[in-house]
Every structure is written in structure tokens, then in C-alpha cells.
Design a protein around this ligand. Structure first.
Ligand SMILES: Nc1nc2c(ncn2[C@@H]2O[C@H](COP(=O)(O)OP(=O)(O)OP(=O)(O)O)[C@@H](O)[C@H]2O)c(=O)[nH]1
Ligand SMILES: [Mg+2]
Length: 506
């Protein structure tokens, strides 16, 4: 990437018409390419003929249109159209083929039978480049040849895109041979699978076929890549916010002496507080999903644990036993991480006492941290209840505040982090052209004691940096290590994107 932001070109915005047979994923490809998940803007349907006129689909960043795509209705009568062109093209070469196509459009513009062909050809005749979409999970048939031939008659720069819709069969090779006769370039792009890198790759291919828009397309790629890095940074920020809020969160209630007279009353109040605390944390997690959804242009994805339309389904909720068994650090890692963090606290005592303790505080800090974590490693999501009562059990006239949270198990933030990273992974691989339910299912993560999230795979240095910061958050302290934690999280997100940090089955 160049260091400086390329400046806008003076000449016009490159235009590309996305054309092809009905129901081959033209609209889906565009939605994925420009990150448009909303069916109101780009209509996608399994019923053929969903797109009935041409729609301008701008690729925009910060309000600026960088490249304009045009979604078109599919070819419906290509063979008859080609026949007309052949019949009416003067054999003496006195008319360019594109002019015969122009005559066709003029003549049939208002004829219902050829409406689709006229509509899709208009932007091409106006100068747009062509992206021709085929479904390579189905075999080539000769009637596709007519569509390809009509596009060739326009003489516009053109590339073919293989969108393998069913993903069960692949006739890509056969298609490539046929398409190679008519198109400058044939490339794969799956409307449901493509990620950021594939989107950029497709834009680079446009450069190969259409030199006219070169500088603007290069500039677009540069801006999109910079924006993607920027988003990753903002995602790391949002994740730090959530971790910090969850670790500091306490759900409190003022109780008076009458409320605590009997043991069962106290238990009920504590139970109620714990339930409210869990709900509060779950709400923070849901708000987090929404923020991340907005960042990655998936704001319409419903975040709910219910199985309804377009739901984000979480197999197990944050406080479920299964979640606590499979996510987070294993006992040794947790013990080591907190020993180091405890050791860090000890070091601080050493420094404060001018080293007079001769390193004893370090050893003590590390030991306490290690043991506490080791024993709590077994426990599940047991939520702490603060006990503000005096040793005599005296309750002042104004009452006392009972507070629930956080869980005593030191694995809490690590389990939370694993869920956040898991959600991040699903969000960034979610193609915007998909209109099916957004399902995040933790249940396949495994059984038993084996921990299968991301955190167990972190380097011990990463665990150390995070644990030190997490421990400080839990104590409500601010730490100087913010930028280190931010760096580690940003790098973690990058590794997930690059598939260097994988989940089982990936
Ligand atoms: N599994 C899968 N389904 C796809 C893919 N691309 C498109 N589809 C589905 O195929 C159907 C047609 O997709 P559209 O994007 O509406 O196709 P189109 O070519 O714009 O269709 P018309 O506007 O009717 O000409 C929809 O149900 C899509 O969800 C893909 O890559 N994988
Ligand atoms: Mg369509």
C-alpha cells in the first residue's frame, strides 16, 4: 500500500453492470461486494426474476461513491435476441455490431417480451463494463452461449464470474473453457463465502479488464484496505470496553433489616441478585454484538438467543455449565497467567519497599495468585455476593447494599473473551449477500474438559499481558498497559482473519 491517501480522480466513477441469467446470484454478489445486508436495498430471493429493473449499487465509503455497480434483471430471451441481431446486422460490415445492439434496444424497449434484455443492455451501451455471472455448480448449456455472444457484440470490457451456488458440484473447468472464448477473464467469487480478501481480489480483477478506471479502482482498493485495518482497531477497542465493563459490573440492591431477618429471605435476595447480575452481563454482551454488527455493516442481524427469523443463536449462554467447560483457559494456563499477574503485584510491592523484602513479596504474590486460580479453576460461574454487614450483623437505618458480581472464577473474562472472539469470527466471515439466519452455535465446540476456544492457543506472553490488565480491571484500577493489551487484541483479531488462529473443524 502507498503511504499517502490517493486523491480522487477528476474523471468519472467506473461503472460495471452485473448481468447473467435469472437467479444466478447477481444481486447476492453485489450485496457481498458492497456490504449491503439489507434486502430493502438489494433484493435477493430464491424466486427467479426478483430484480425487475436496473438499480444503481454504489460501492461507498464515508459517503463517497467510489465505484458504481448496476444490478440488472436476468436474461430471459437471449436466443431470440441474438437471432434478431444476426438477422439485422448488415453483412457488408457497414454497421458496428454495437450499433445493431443499439437498434435492438430502441426497437424493443417497450415490448414486454424483450424488456429484460433491453434493460440489462442499456447501461452496457452507456459505457459500463460487464461482469457476467454464472452458476458453476450447474453444467454449461448451449443456450448460455447466446447470452455470451450478445455481450461480445457490445464490445465492452468484460469478465465472467463463477458463483458456485450449490457448492456440491463443480463444473468450473467446463465453464472456463466456454467463457474463455468470449471473456477477457474468468474468476471465482462465491456470493455466500467471500470474505474481505476475496472482495478486494475481485476489484483487482476489474482493473485487469478495464484500464479506463485504473486510478479510481486502485484508490478504492487502497481506501477499503485502510478502512478494514481501522475497523479492526475499533473492534479491539470495543472488546476492551466490554471486558472492562463486565469485570467492573456489580448488580446491587439496598436491603433493610426486615429483609434479612430470616435465612431463607437472605438466600432469596441473593439468588435474585445473582439472576439480575447474569441478565445485566448478558445485556452488555448483546449491546456488544450490536456495536460490532454496526461496525461490520450487519446492523440488521438480530441478536437473540431465541430461534426465530434472522436470529443469532447462541448454543449455550454465557453462564451455562457447558460454556464454562469448553471456553477460557485450562487450569494450568489460568494458574500460570494469574501467578504471573500476582507476581506482577508482588513486584510492585518490592518496588514500593525499595527491595527491602528481598523478593519475598514477589514469591508470595505469585504463590497466592497461582493457588487461588488453581482451586477456583474447577468452579463454574459462582457469582460473588458482597457482604457489607458488620460482624455483629447490625444493619443501619438506611439499609445496606448487597451486590452480586463478578463470578469468583478467574476464568470469567477469558470465557467472555473466547465468546467475543467467536462472535467476531462469525461476523467477519458472514457474507452480506446471505439472507439466511445468522447462527452462531457454540454447541459443536466439544465435550468434556477439553478447552476448545482461542484463549488456550494464545502465547504465554499474550496471556500474561491480558491477565495483568484483566486483574487490574477487576480491581477497578487503570493500568499503563492499555496500549499493549490493545496491540495483543488487534493482533488476535488479525490472526483470526488470516485463519492463523483456528477453531476445531476449521
Ligand atoms: N448457497 C448459495 N446460494 C446463493 C449464492 N448466490 C446466490 N444464492 C441464492 O440464489 C438465489 C438467487 O440469488 P439472487 O442474488 O437473487 O440472484 P439474481 O441473479 O439476482 O436473481 P434475479 O434477480 O431473479 O435475476 C437466492 O436464493 C440466493 O440466496 C451462493 O453463492 N451460495
Ligand atoms: Mg437480482
Amino acid at each position: 500500500m502507498p503511504d499517502t491517501v490517493p486523491q480522487p480522480e477528476l474523471h468519472s466513477i467506473p461503472r460495471f453492470a452485473v448481468v447473467g441469467r435469472v437467479n444466478k446470484g447477481k444481486s447476492s454478489i453485489l450485496a457481498t461486494l458492497v456490504e449491503e445486508a439489507d434486502n430493502e436495498h438489494i433484493r435477493i430471493s430464491s424466486i427467479p426474476g426478483e430484480t425487475t429493473r436496473c438499480y444503481s449499487i454504489p460501492l461507498k465509503l464515508a459517503g463517497e461513491t467510489l465505484i458504481e455497480f448496476i444490478d440488472t434483471p436476468g436474461f430471459s430471451r437471449a436466443r431470440q435476441t441474438l437471432q434478431w441481431l444476426k438477422d439485422h446486422h448488415p453483412s457488408d460490415g457497414s454497421e458496428a455490431r454495437i450499433d445493431t445492439v443499439r437498434r435492438f434496444v430502441r426497437e424493443f424497449r417497450d415490448e414486454p417480451d424483450f424488456m429484460d434484455e433491453c434493460l440489462l443492455l442499456e447501461p452496457v451501451l452507456d459505457g459500463a463494463g460487464i461482469v457476467y455471472v454464472v452458476d458453476s455448480s450447474k453444467p454449461f448449456r448451449p443456450d448460455f452461449g447466446a447470452e455470451m455472444e450478445i455481450l461480445r457484440w457490445t464490445g465492452r470490457p468484460r469478465m465472467a464470474v463463477l458463483n458456485n451456488i450449490s457448492e456440491t458440484t463443480d463444473f468450473g473447468e467446463e465453464w472456463r473453457e466456454r467463457l474463455g472464448e468470449t471473456f477477457n477473464l474468468t474468476r471465482e467469487f462465491n456470493a455466500h463465502q467471500a470474505r474481505f480478501k476475496e472482495r478486494i481480489r475481485l476489484l483487482r480483477h476489474l482493473l485487469e479488464i478495464d484500464d479506463r478506471g485504473r486510478e479510481q479502482i486502485e484508490r478504492t482498493i487502497w481506501l477499503l484496505e485502510a478502512d478494514w485495518v481501522d475497523r479492526r482497531g475499533r473492534a479491539a477497542d470495543i472488546i476492551m470496553d466490554l471486558l472492562s465493563s463486565c469485570l467492573r459490573k456489580k448488580t446491587c440492591r439496598t436491603v433493610s433489616s426486615g429483609d434479612l431477618d430470616r435465612d431463607y429471605q437472605r438466600k432469596r435476595i441473593e439468588q435474585d441478585l445473582k439472576e439480575r447480575y447474569k441478565k445485566d452481563i448478558q445485556q452488555l454482551e448483546l449491546d456488544h454484538h450490536k456495536r460490532m454488527g454496526r461496525l461490520y455493516r450487519h446492523e440488521k442481524l438480530q441478536v437473540t438467543e431465541a430461534l426465530d427469523d434472522s436470529a443469532l443463536v447462541i448454543g449455550e449462554d454465557l453462564f451455562a455449565e457447558e460454556t464454562w467447560k469448553v471456553l477460557g483457559l485450562n487450569r494450568n494456563q489460568l494458574a500460570m497467567a494469574s501467578a504471573i499477574a500476582g507476581g506482577g503485584a508482588g513486584l510492585a510491592i518490592d518496588a514500593a519497599t525499595g527491595g527491602l523484602t528481598g523478593g519475598a513479596a514477589t514469591v508470595l504474590g505469585a504463590g497466592v495468585g497461582y493457588l487461588a486460580a488453581h482451586f477456583k479453576g474447577r468452579a463454574l460461574a459462582e457469582i460473588k455476593i458482597s457482604n457489607p454487614l458488620s460482624p455483629t450483623g447490625h444493619i443501619p437505618a438506611g439499609g445496606v447494599q448487597l451486590c452480586a458480581g463478578p463470578p469468583s472464577n478467574l476464568n470469567f473474562p477469558w470465557i467472555l473473551l473466547d465468546r467475543i472472539l467467536f462472535h467476531y469470527h462469525h461476523l467477519i466471515v458472514r457474507a452480506h449477500g446471505r439472507r439466511d439466519d445468522f447462527v452462531i452455535d457454540f454447541s459443536h465446540l466439544g465435550e468434556g474438559e477439553k478447552r476448545l476456544g482461542y484463549a488456550v492457543k494464545f502465547s504465554s506472553e499474550r496471556r500474561r499481558v491480558l491477565q495483568t490488565w484483566l486483574a487490574a480491571q477487576a480491581k477497578g484500577k487503570s493500568v499503563d498497559e492499555d496500549s499493549k493489551v490493545f496491540g495483543e487484541l488487534e493482533e488476535t483479531l488479525n490472526e483470526i482473519e488470516e485463519q492463523e488462529l483456528l477453531l476445531p473443524g476449521e
